[in-house]
Design a protein around this ligand. Structure first.
Ligand code: NAD
Length: 542
């Protein structure tokens, strides 16, 4: 063990590159895109030091061109999951006892690899596999991923240095032990950075991990694994398995050594996992830590004092960037009648100006939704809206899956504030609006608070400070991330710790020390320097 209290580099947020015409970063990412589009990758399971090719494979296809195949990935059977658990536990002693600065160096190196040599690749993989346009790929797969790694290293040192008081004769020390057992990370398709952070944050704190990426994120998951390997992450610390989510999860939940679950995805899946862990609780060595960031039905409310252009821009970006497939996407909005004519006209003009197509063409703001299941679900809601009497579709409403899963950005106006698309998470480019009477501001705030089971993000637009204060108080429990005069998406690590409560998750705030604390089990060590040698206290002298 080295001797010294080491400082880590001060975390700074990775600057977002512009990808302007003729910029070197644009050329680099398009070259990587074209190479990866032609290459056929073959993604194995990563268990301990082995790369396992089971032969039972599934194709990887870009959502914007679903007949094109860019590779395959191998599916695990139950025996592979059992092997992954055994390998993780075998790797545990060495990894958990490694000095923290060695772990920090691995993840800081990974951040620099993404910032430099891997930037074009991880962005191109995210564009191809998840259909993000270049800007959405850059802020996620490059910048947010880097920020998670740099900031988490800093937060780790803050946690370690948080120590209890001592006196001259008693020294108290808190040791931040990794959890006893292994952590299971289950990740969604929509953010490459989240997919990487869920296993990495637990591993950084000294845990061993089994990571199950989403079937729709395997292409960029492969690059994440390559980066961690090149950064020197030892074999067996993060074991990666693909395949049937139920078989994998059930096998893992059966293990006595399950010490934590780090989940991001939909609410019903998380609740099922929680219930299964609950019914197995007598079996575990320790209480598993359960951390889950789940769905949202995120609101935008405009006060009559709001600036129309700001409201419209917040709605357009908030609702339609990455085709509305952000947990934080604006999907229900409340507009006062006095602003409605102007807001409506500008929304229609803006949506009609958007181009839709492959992310390889940088002129496209909108690309495809993630898969056929999502496309079919969204098309069904649009079809139903076309039939319902209390609904008007003011723009969009068309869809086509002949080449890719393309859904036009669609805006629905309803006279029923409890219409199904005001309450249900759709996870696509559909925004539903309710127009309220200007004198119903207070009642509208109550409506927003009570309409949905979720409480992830929300935005208030107003120039009136009293109205801002009123809404901030009235919506205290309606969002874990509240925005004033800004869109409800785009949280930045180290600046807006992210997460929501109610059905939106355990609110353990990814990208903050609060999250990392869930992956340690502190041990207090009290040492007495002059130890008593007689049991009698002075008061017994009477
Ligand atoms: P999803 O729930 O379909 O999948 C998430 C992960 O769970 C995947 O790895 C999937 O394979 C796995 N899974 C699916 N069914 C399972 C089962 N029965 N048992 C165990 N695992 C199972 O979610 P998605 O479509 O990948 O992502 C979209 C969802 O994620 C949305 O609801 C969105 O709001 C949410 N999300 C939330 C946040 C947040 O921070 N709150 C961030 C991103 C995404």
């Amino acid at each position: 063990m080295l001797k010294g209290f080491f400082n880590v580099p001060k975390a700074i947020n990775e600057p977002v590159k512009s990808y302007a015409p003729n910029s070197p970063e644009k050329k680099a990412v398009l070259t990587a895109y074209q190479q990866m589009w032609k290459a056929q990758i073959d993604v194995p399971l990563y268990i301990g030091s082995e790369e396992i090719r089971t032969g039972n494979t599934r194709n990887i296809t870009p959502p914007h061109d679903h007949k094109h195949i860019v590779g395959v990935y191998h599916l695990a059977e139950k025996s592979h999951i059992e092997k992954a658990i055994a390998n993780a536990l075998d790797s545990k002693t060495k990894w958990a006892s490694m000095a923290w600065e060695q772990r920090a160096a691995i993840f800081l190196k990974a951040a620099e690899l993404i910032a430099g040599p891997y930037r074009a690749q991880i962005n191109a993989a995210t564009m191809i596999g998840q259909s993000k346009n270049i800007y959405q790929a850059e802020i996620d797969a490059a910048c947010e991923f880097i920020d998670f790694l740099r900031y988490n290293v800093e937060f780790m040192t803050q946690i370690y240095s948080d120590q209890p008081k001592s006196t001259s004769d008693v020294w108290n020390r808190l040791e931040y032990r990794p959890l006893e057992g292994f952590v299971y990370a289950i990740t969604p398709f929509n953010f490459t950075a989240i997919a990487a952070n869920l296993p990495a944050s637990a591993a950084m704190m000294g845990n061993v991990v089994i990571w199950k990426p989403s079937d729709s994120q395997v292409f960029s998951a492969k690059i994440i694994i390559d980066i961690f390997k090149e950064a020197g992450l030892p074999d067996g610390v993060i074991n990666v398995v693909f395949g049937d989510a139920l078989i994998i999860t059930d096998t893992i939940i059966e293990s006595r050594d399950l010490a934590g679950v780090h989940f991001t995805g939909s609410t019903h899946v998380f609740k099922d996992i929680w219930a299964k862990i609950g019914s197995n609780i007598h079996h575990y060595k320790t209480y598993p830590r359960i951390v889950g960031e789940t769905g949202g039905k995120d609101f935008v409310v405009a006060h009559p004092s709001a600036n129309v252009k700001q409201v419209v821009t917040g709605l357009i970006r908030g609702a339609f960037e990455f085709q509305g497939q952000k947990c934080s996407a604006a999907s229900r909005a409340y507009i006062p009648k006095s602003l409605w004519t102007e807001v409506k006209q500008q929304l229609i003009t803006d949506v009609k100006s958007m181009k839709m197509g492959s992310p390889e063409d940088f002129g496209n703001f909108i690309t495809a939704v993630i898969h056929e299941g999502s496309f079919d679900k969204l098309a069904k809601y649009i079809d139903q809206a076309k039939k319902d009497s209390d609904i008007e579709i003011i723009v969009g409403g068309n869809y086509d899956k002949s080449v890719g899963y393309f859904i036009e950005p669609t805006i629905i106006v309803t006279t029923n504030p409890n219409y199904v698309t005001m309450e249900t998470e759709l996870f696509g480019p559909i925004l539903t609006l309710f127009v309220y009477e200007d004198d119903q501001w207070e009642a509208t705030l109550k409506l927003i608070d009570n309409t949905s089971e979720y409480a992830l993000t929300g935005a208030i637009f107003s120039k009136d400070r009293y109205a801002i204060e009123e809404a901030t108080v009235a919506l205290q429990n309606a969002a874990g991330n509240l925005y004033i005069n800004d869109k409800p998406t785009g949280a930045i690590v180290g600046m807006q710790p992210f997460g929501g409560a109610r059905a939106s998750g355990t609110n353990d705030k990814a990208g903050s020390a609060m999250n990392l604390l869930r992956w340690v089990s502190p041990r207090n060590i009290k040492e007495v320097f002059v130890t008593p040698e007689d049991y009698r206290y002075p008061f017994l002298g009477e």
